[in-house]
Design a protein around this ligand. Structure first.
Ligand SMILES: Nc1ncnc2c1ncn2[C@@H]1O[C@H](COP(=O)(O)OP(=O)(O)OP(=O)(O)O)[C@@H](O)[C@H]1O
Length: 468
């Protein structure tokens, strides 16, 4: 009962005159046609069972059209304390958990996207869902994570489902809608207050403990960074998983991103690969913002996730061919590269078996092949060591060193110090979401007066932080 009382309804078609005219015209046409046909049938047909059947069918058609019109004109979004049920017309409905809504704001559109017969536009474009009946009173909802919706895409991707991070909807009373939703979804301002109080509490401690190497030689000041992370922040609710992260990575280097369990490594790599929207901050790849809609620089990134994200009902070969098509790579080139990668990764023997028959390590090798297929400029690896046995790990290390020798950049997240020490030119150490140290292992050891390499350095830094 309380739930029902807490529901707020926001109509979304009342101000759309064009739509209302269309719907009323449809209602009038159907009523007149049914009357004419009904009278004709009444006069011409004998009153047997067929007559009553036709009459019933006509009545059913009339009720169907009336109901369609009622749903169209009464179309409304429903806001509860936990979710927003987005409805448009009789056909589109989507439940959006409010925990995912990062921001709701009024936006103006130059023109309404082209709608269907009922003047309704529901489609996906560049990870944005348009759910509109007009171009006025438009509200944009920005999500912290992508959600899957069932709506056609305007692009070459013909699938009926896809991920979106921004949703555009109409509300007949946009001010009331925004006021209500921002009361439920914590407003940015309030979040900022929490963030700044969190920062203040730790700031003195943090500043004294952040060890950033600034020696020009080691920052490679003669090179332009390929990757720039500026004030990158991610909140899960009120919890800062990554807080004000700043770093630069240079072409041709293997950069180690180190941290204990839960330090914020995966959250950072997901933001760097376009999988998780930052709460704040920017990620620039060759100076271009990765989070700009349709950013082409995303194509320059290959991502090896910590757990394989592969479609298991295809063979490795089918997956790689499909990925090549998605990247618009020439088929011959894809096939050649695929054979090379399958051979290097020892996957040839099983490459025509479905991926769901592979071991976890083999599935992860498929992830590696997929990430390297388009020969990207930057390779982001989340927890290199996961699921790989020693010989495979040695092989993957060789692959990464080979990429480096070809001028590619590797961003390697790991909590295994040995791997980082052997492979990385520079390392960044993240703890509780904040960067604590940045530089070469030698520089950092010197700054902290630690001997014995990365492991004692890491333990000293994290140990001090934990007890501090
Ligand atoms: N979807 C989520 N919702 C809420 N909190 C989350 C979510 N994902 C991660 N976290 C929290 O954010 C923090 C950072 O997590 P993250 O996965 O980035 O750590 P990590 O450094 O990759 O750890 P590990 O090495 O164990 O994989 C953790 O405290 C985790 O509990």
């Amino acid at each position: 009962m309380a739930d029902i009382e807490n529901k707020k309804v926001f109509t979304n078609t009342k101000k759309s005159h064009q739509l209302r005219q269309f719907v009323w015209a449809l209602q009038v046409i159907v009523t007149v046609e049914i009357l004419i046909v009904g009278i004709a049938i009444y006069m011409m047909m004998t009153k047997n069972w067929l007559f009553y059947l036709v009459l019933a069918l006509m009545l059913a058609l009339y009720l169907y059209v009336s109901n369609l019109n009622r749903l169209m004109l009464g179309s409304a979004h429903v806001l509860t304390p936990d979710e927003l049920i987005i409805c448009l017309g009789p056909r589109f409905k989507c439940r959006l958990p409010l925990s995912l809504v990062m921001e709701a704001k009024a936006v103006s559109l130059a023109s309404a996207p082209q709608g269907d017969l009922l003047n309704v536009s529901v489609f996906r474009e560049d990870e944005r869902l348009y759910c509109l009946s007009r171009n006025s009173d438009v509200i944009q909802l920005n999500l912290s994570e992508p959600i899957m919706v069932k709506a056609p895409s305007s692009g070459p991707d013909k699938s009926r489902r896809g991920f979106v991070r921004e949703i555009l909807i109409n509300a007949d009373e946009p001010e009331r809608f925004l006021e209500t939703i921002t009361k439920i979804v914590r407003p940015e301002k309030e979040l900022d207050q929490i963030k700044s109080s969190h920062n203040t509490l730790k700031s003195v401690q943090d500043k004294t403990r952040q060890i950033i190497s600034t020696s020009p030689a080691n920052l490679k000041s003669n090179k332009t960074p390929i990757l720039e992370i500026k004030h990158l922040t991610k909140y899960y609710g009120d919890y800062p998983a990554v807080l004000d992260l700043n770093l630069e990575v240079y072409p041709g280097e293997i950069f180690g991103f180190l941290g204990a369990n839960g330090a914020g490594k995966s959250t950072t790599t997901k933001m760097m690969t376009g999988l998780l929207r930052p709460s704040k901050g920017t990620i620039l790849v060759r100076g271009e913002d990765l989070w700009q809609p349709g950013a082409l620089v995303r194509r320059q990134i290959g991502y090896i996730p910590d757990t394989p994200l592969v479609y298991e009902r295809l063979t490795a070969r089918e997956l790689l061919i499909m990925a090549g098509r998605l990247y618009n790579l020439p088929e011959e080139w894809t096939k050649k590269r695929m054979e090379e990668l399958l051979a290097i990764l020892d996957l040839k023997a099983k490459s025509d078996y479905m991926v769901n028959t592979y071991s976890l390590g083999m599935q992860r090798k498929v992830s590696v092949a997929l990430a390297l297929l388009s020969d990207p400029e930057i390779i982001i690896v989340d927890e290199l060591t996961n699921a790989f046995d020693a010989p495979t790990l040695a092989k993957i290390k060789d692959i990464l060193l080979n990429l480096k020798s070809r001028g590619k950049t590797v961003f390697l997240s790991t909590h295994v110090m040995d791997v980082a020490e052997k492979l990385c030119d520079r390392v960044g150490i993240i703890h509780r979401g904040q960067l604590r140290a940045l530089g070469t292992v030698e520089e950092l050891c010197e700054s902290l007066a630690v001997s014995g390499g990365l492991e004692p350095l890491f333990l000293k830094l994290i140990g001090e932080e934990t007890t501090g």
